[in-house]
Design a protein around this ligand. Structure first.
Ligand SMILES: [Fe+2]
Ligand SMILES: [Fe+2]
Length: 273
């Protein structure tokens, strides 16, 4: 385990000089996909403490959250930011991020944890499924090799986060004797929240930084968000996403039809508009 963690990638592993900057610069979609992700990842420390407090006493979970999970999420933010700095150096990331954070902090305060640790862990699996899906799609939507590599590495981290949360979930599921219905309800609820204000908020502040004259144009921002969603939707691998979402339910095959509804909700609300 320690060896595996020690081998975690570094931003320096990426060779930004390989980027064909002139080609990528034109891709507005890509800018917004990368910028909004960089904001959300960089804001991870806002809610890490909530989560650590929630698991106080469970050293395995809190140590992993504090020493691996948070550091990796923040590194995702830094790496994406470095990519932006390289390709769109004129973008004032710091100022735009500050604006984002001010608004985002008000959401995080109300980020309600699920009623039990086990249920919260199942909800965390949903969140990691969402991020893994997003970065896999990001890697597929561009032919630029450095971003492909970066997005793939981040996606692999998100899958690894998912696996940790899933392992912890199984432990609590037994302890708390969680029934499938409760797990399903939590997964459904958190799935709906994934669509959330987070992404919209990030896009809005990225627009404010890049094209301030359009920031107040709600229709434009909505169209842009729609376009970003459709980029993700056309590049996601639905099969993998569904499998990850359904796994904490540990359903026998015959019950799988029952959960078609929340799964469809997931697809509709997160990636369609
Ligand atoms: Fe992340
Ligand atoms: Fe993650």
């Amino acid at each position: 385990m320690a060896g595996q963690e020690a081998a975690h990638w570094k931003i320096e592993d990426l060779d930004f000089s390989r980027i064909a900057v002139d080609e990528v610069r034109q891709d507005e979609n890509l800018f917004y996909l990368v910028a909004s992700a960089s904001f959300i990842e960089s804001g991870s420390d806002l809610y890490t403490q909530n989560l650590i407090d929630f698991f106080r006493g469970d050293d395995e979970v809190t140590a992993w959250l504090a020493h691996h999970w948070e550091a990796e999420e923040l590194q995702h933010g830094q790496a994406l930011r470095a990519y932006i700095r390289h390709v769109w150096p004129e973008f004032d990331w710091e100022t735009a991020y500050r604006g984002f954070l001010e608004e985002y902090a008000t959401y995080c305060k109300v980020e309600l944890l699920a009623p039990t640790r086990g249920l919260e862990l199942s909800a965390r699996c949903v969140v990691e499924t969402g991020t893994a899906t997003y970065y896999r799609a990001m890697a597929r939507c561009t032919s630029e090799p450095v971003l492909r590599e970066l997005a793939s590495r981040i996606a692999a981290d998100e899958v690894s986060h998912y696996k940790h949360f899933y392992r912890f979930f199984r432990r609590y599921r037994q302890q708390e004797r969680l029934g499938r219905l409760r797990v399903l309800r939590t997964i459904g609820r958190r799935t709906l929240e994934l669509k959330s204000e987070d992404a919209d908020c990030a896009v809005r502040h990225a627009v404010r930084g890049r094209a301030p004259e359009r920031a107040a144009d709600t229709a434009y921002v909505q169209r842009l968000s729609g376009r970003l969603n459709s980029t993700i939707r056309t590049n996601l691998s639905a099969g993998t996403t569904l499998k990850m979402l359904m796994r904490p339910l540990e359903l026998p095959a015959r019950v799988q039809t029952v959960i078609q509804y929340p799964i469809r909700q997931f697809m509709d609300h997160v990636f369609l508009r």
